[in-house]
Design a binder for this molecule. Structure first.
Ligand code: 4AZ
Length: 263
């Protein structure tokens, strides 16, 4: 039983409203606030170009550039698989209202085969044309499922808060499966990886960050994606770490799905 996924799905269902709210926020920010507050709980503003493969999706989710024409996101951010021209990806900007924003429509979606609302929370979105931006490498072994991770997104900066115009970033430590299972009782340890400050809380992804990457540096100092923002009980609460899709578990499936989209 995946009690908390109900909350997640409601979040995505109101994605259009969240985007409308974002537009209002952005307008107000231009008028009265020269430093719009960024998203994610307990974070700070990301610089333009710092995470060039970060993508905002029009249903109110995040994503990452898997290739220049394929976005990796969460299964719970999409409705199913097949032709789909309804999603707009915004790329190349930390500030979603920037005139430099690159906006590209979707053409096809692959939702993880067998996705039924728990686990397997990944999906690919093919874009109508490639974007000339760096891509984010994905972990294909569990070697990087430890340490300190970076999270980023345009989601709420507090539980129940508004979607954000400015990309925010934060770092969170790995939480092992036993501790995360103790917190939630319904973790799927092979498919999910947890992160957060277990006793203190205070830093986390939140509503609207779903689908975005959790990443760290690899052995060569390059960013590598180890997670996809998936779910949690509220945001940044003590004893409730964020839960992320364990990318390494699905690396081969994601690779073959991307190949089926023509790379
Ligand atoms: C969401 O609703 C969501 N604290 C994303 C991440 C977390 C909770 C909710 C993790 O998109």
């Amino acid at each position: 039983m995946r009690f908390f996924l109900g909350t997640l799905r409601r979040t995505v269902a109101v994605g259009a409203a969240a985007v409308a709210a974002l537009a209002l926020t952005a307008t107000a920010a231009v008028a009265d606030d020269p430093t719009p507050r960024p998203g994610v709980v307990g974070g700070t503003a990301a610089q333009q170009g710092e995470f060039p493969w970060m993508v905002r999706l029009s249903m109110g989710c995040g994503g990452s550039l898997y290739t220049q024409q394929i976005v990796l996101t969460a299964a719970h951010c999409v409705n199913g698989s097949g032709a789909n021209t309804s999603i707009t990806a915004t790329a190349g900007v930390a500030d979603l209202s920037s005139s430099q924003a690159i906006k590209v429509k979707s053409t096809q979606v692959i939702q993880a085969p067998g996705y039924n609302g728990s686990g397997k929370d990944w999906a690919l979105i093919k874009l109508a044309k490639p974007v000339n931006l760096p891509t984010l490498k994905t972990a294909d072994t569990p070697a990087y499922n430890n340490g300190t991770f970076t999270i980023a997104g345009w989601g709420a900066d507090r539980e129940g808060g508004a979607q954000q115009r400015q990309l925010l970033k934060a770092t969170v430590p790995f939480v092992d499966d036993a501790a995360c299972q103790q917190a939630y009782g319904n973790l799927i340890p092979d498919e999910e990886i947890c992160a957060g400050y277990l006793t203190q809380g205070g830093v986390d992804t939140c509503q609207g960050d779903s689908g975005g990457p959790m990443f760290r540096k690899d052995g060569a100092g390059a960013w590598i994606q180890v997670g996809i923002v998936s779910w949690g009980q509220g945001c940044a609460r003590p004893q409730y770490p964020g839960v992320y899709t364990e990318v390494s578990t699905f690396a081969a499936d994601i690779k073959s799905a991307a190949a089926s989209l023509g790379g």
